[in-house]
Design a protein around this ligand. Sequence first.
Ligand SMILES: [Zn+2]
Ligand SMILES: [Zn+2]
Length: 98
Amino acid sequence: MPTPPPFMRTCPQCAELLGALVEAFVQVLTDPHYDGAERIQIALARHLAGVHPETLPAPHTDDCPTCARHQELNPEDVFWREHLARRLFLPDELARLP
Ligand SMILES: [Zn+2]
Ligand SMILES: [Zn+2]
């Protein structure tokens, strides 16, 4: 997991979702069928894209099909913003999943 930016510790909702996500990742280690992590991750990305749009990282420039497609066709798309938001709190290989 990357170190989340400081604002995510001071925003109560970010902090709560981050805490829940860490717990979910721990739980998934003991129960591979547990899918709570995905749900929380989506909620957190949505919160970031909606409430902290100014903090979203720049698009991937190194061959990310999701970024390439949206930058060209649909820069206002909320799913793309959520894709960018995931880079703030997920390891790169997970954050890049479409
Ligand atoms: Zn927040
Ligand atoms: Zn991307």
